[in-house]
Write a protein that binds this ligand. Structure first.
Ligand code: HEC
Length: 128
């Protein structure tokens, strides 16, 4: 009984940093996204309106996570799109967003940071 209590205690202590990590990562990634200008066109949660009540300019990042959930190479693919921009002639979000295409963001963010941010975006619909 006593050892069970002890192991329970040990479990909750070792589990603490795991609980603390997502909040710290969320804050860091939001700061990076805001500082890099992403949030002028994107929201995290679906349902937000864009300028003048139109659809938002870019897709909600939780929707991005859902769309690419089963795409194995999504992190590489989307990092590339973020850096070099999207193709207006083959829009991935046609009809769902009011922006025609995403401009290249390489002036605003380093590739390594974009990769981190995209990795975080792709985890957004994971159960908490
Ligand atoms: C000027 C507006 C604008 C800015 C700034 C912007 N985006 Fe986008 N983003 C868009 C639009 C519009 C799309 C939809 C493109 C499409 O339909 O293929 C998009 C799509 C995306 C996608 C999904 C791409 C796909 O092929 O499905 C990701 C991921 C993304 N943006 C991340 C970012 C990140 C990270 C930043 C900041 C570094 C950023 N965006 C900045 C407008 C923007």
């Amino acid at each position: 009984m006593k050892s069970r209590l002890l192991s329970l205690l040990a479990l909750s202590i070792t589990a603490l940093p795991v609980w603390a990590a997502p909040a710290a990562e969320d804050a860091a990634m939001l700061k990076l996204a805001t500082g890099s200008g992403c949030m002028t066109c994107h929201h995290i949660e679906p349902g937000a309106k864009g300028p003048e009540g139109l659809a938002p300019i870019g897709p909600a990042w939780r929707d991005v996570a859902t769309k690419y959930r089963s795409v194995a190479d999504a992190q590489n693919q989307l990092t590339r799109t973020v850096m070099t921009g999207s193709n207006p002639y083959s829009s991935h979000w046609k009809g769902k967003v009011s922006g025609l295409a995403m401009p290249p963001n390489e002036v605003a963010i380093k590739e390594a940071d974009a990769r981190l941010l995209v990795g975080w975006i792709l985890k957004l619909d994971a159960p908490k």
